[in-house]
Design a protein. Structure first.
Lengths: 259, 295
């Protein structure tokens, strides 16, 4: 029974990929091969994967080097963002005053396009890579902050009463009641944050230049290599999917009611 | 001139009252002394008074049931004793101290068990013990947790999460948790309301067993809407009026000797008499004809 459903999963996946490749091929025919077809692209992809980590100076590096640089920046910005967003979210969620003071700031800053912060980052850090990390930091703040605040503010009265009735200390309340309850919400926030951060990194690196998957896309466009752009799109998509899956499995593992 | 006269007249009084025999004699005999409690809540529609000017005393080791229709403020009254609800007027004295908030001398069992779903059965009790009995060593705390779980026959389920337990088992964990911190007063808020009739019966006996094991030293106040439960368990039944601004309608003594046998007492004429009395206090209309006449 389990094997049967696994086979079906695989078949559906192959079907889905076939549809994607089919549409792609049609577009290639329609545009008279102005957009490279899947076969040609995959050949280039194979070439790129043969030696992804080559390094021929500042303007010619393998796609693996670019990718690792991007992932590093995303995680650095995401880490700083989460380190600020989670405590701030807990503060917002657990105190009415905190909520009323911080919420308006969040509401004003959240809709701002992350790229609008780029010049400020440049000004503050005097370096394009740091400015990119700063943009990721700003991007990953909001979903985590809002979800954490929501999680903390929705702790059921029953759970709060247990802490009151048995005189839990602040520390015990936070570690045994607040965090376990809010954790699934916090991880949902982190999952959304890393998703947005991964989207923003490409645009950020197009602005910053130098190194990274976003720069790689822009560089390939300037070099007139459309196959490479399509490969990069595939890589960006797959890495994004893997990041999302990683957080979703973390979510399943850490939520108490799923066990 | 008049001022000084009054001062001279009033001055000796505080000394007299603190030394008077009445207050000293009165206090230690009561485990709980509810004095003229009024509880009002602010609502969008205005101020809602749940209970008004209620006074009640409970002796040490006594089991008292608060009974009334839903929304009559019986849980609110219990809340003022536990310290979860602050009275708008009046004071509650528990164990000779004015209640200002929840305290380890008063164990609470909530209606919906209130176990923390991410902690195992064992941890649920241990965290409460760890929080309340600060002076004990870790091994003593573990021993207390173990004893209380064995008391309710749940030791073999200690590693399960609450979601893996039945309703009756959850409530046994909640009761074990309340007993583990060894409070002198136990407050139960509709503890068996969510259980089926058979489990409920077993739980009544379990509760009395625990109370007996402790030499009937614990004072128990429980909220219920079940007349049979109130009679079987308690020494006195406090019948409350319907809210808003609910008051005590009448306090009915239960003249049944302990230990009580669930099967036998229902035939006891004193049981039947108490049951009838509570029924007529709780329900004004008995016959179905009344409903037809209203239509």
């Amino acid at each position: 029974m389990k094997i049967k459903s696994l086979i079906f999963d695989v078949l559906y996946f192959i079907g889905s990929i076939a549809i994607l490749l089919g549409i792609w091929q049609i577009i290639t025919w329609v545009t008279k091969s102005e957009i490279p077809g899947p076969f040609k692209t995959l050949l280039v992809f194979g070439d790129m994967l043969k030696n992804p980590f080559y390094d021929n100076g500042p303007n010619d590096k393998g796609v693996g080097v670019q990718l690792i640089s991007s992932i590093g920046r995303v995680f650095l910005g995401f880490l700083f963002g989460s380190l600020l967003a989670i405590p701030l979210g807990i503060l917002m969620g657990s105190s009415k005053i905190g909520m009323r003071l911080i919420n308006p700031i969040v509401q004003i800053l959240r809709p701002v396009s992350p790229l609008a912060w780029f010049p400020l980052g440049l000004l503050a850090f005097k370096s394009a890579p740091s400015a990119t990390v700063f943009v990721i930091f700003i991007t990953s703040l909001w979903p985590t902050l809002i979800n954490t605040a929501f999680g903390v503010s929705s702790i059921p009265q029953d759970h709060i009463n247990v802490g009151k009735a048995y005189g839990f200390s602040k520390y015990k309340y936070i570690t045994k009641i607040l965090l376990p309850y809010a954790l699934p919400h916090i991880i949902t926030g982190l999952r959304l944050s890393i998703g947005v951060a991964w989207m923003v990194i490409v645009a950020g690196e197009m602005l910053s230049g130098g190194l990274g998957i976003g720069f790689f896309v822009w560089d390939s466009w300037n070099g007139g290599n459309l196959e490479k752009i399509l490969c990069a799109i595939l890589i960006i998509g797959i890495v994004g999917l893997l990041l999302d899956r990683a957080f979703s499995s973390l979510q399943n593992r850490l939520s108490y009611d799923k066990k | 001139m008049t001022k000084s006269n009054i001062a001279a007249f009033v001055a000796p009084n505080p000394i007299a009252s603190t030394t008077s025999a009445v207050t000293i004699e009165k206090k230690p005999t009561y485990s709980i002394d509810v004095q003229n409690i009024t509880v009002s809540f602010k609502t969008p529609k205005g101020i809602y008074t749940a209970i008004k000017d209620i006074s009640l005393t409970v002796k040490k080791g006594e089991i008292v049931a608060l009974i009334g229709h839903s929304g009559c403020g019986k849980s609110t009254l219990l809340g003022t004793i536990s310290g979860m609800t602050q009275p708008t007027e009046g004071v509650v004295i528990a164990n000779d101290k004015v209640v200002k908030g929840p305290g380890p001398d008063r164990g609470i069992v909530f209606q919906n068990y209130s176990l923390l779903p991410w902690l195992s059965v064992y941890k649920n009790i241990f965290e409460a013990v760890d929080s309340v009995l600060k002076g004990k060593s870790p091994s003593e705390k573990k021993a207390i947790t173990e004893t209380s779980l064995k008391m309710v026959n749940l030791w073999q389920h200690k590693d399960k999460l609450p979601s893996q337990l039945s309703g009756g088992m959850k409530q046994r964990v909640a009761i074990a948790r309340a007993f583990a911190i060894n409070p002198s007063i136990l407050l139960l808020d509709e503890p068996f309301g969510a259980l089926d009739a058979l489990t409920k019966g077993t739980m009544h006996i379990e509760l009395l067993k625990l109370w007996n094991l402790d030499n009937r030293n614990k004072t128990i106040v429980m909220v219920t809407h079940d007349i049979e439960e109130a009679i079987f368990l308690s020494d006195r039944v406090v019948v409350m009026n319907n809210g808003p601004a609910a008051t005590i309608k009448e306090i009915v003594d239960v003249p049944l000797p302990r230990p009580r046998n669930k099967k036998d007492i229902v035939h006891d004429p004193r049981y039947i008499e108490t049951h009838d009395k509570l029924m007529s206090l709780l329900f004004d209309k008995f016959s179905i004809d009344d409903i037809h006449m209203e239509e």
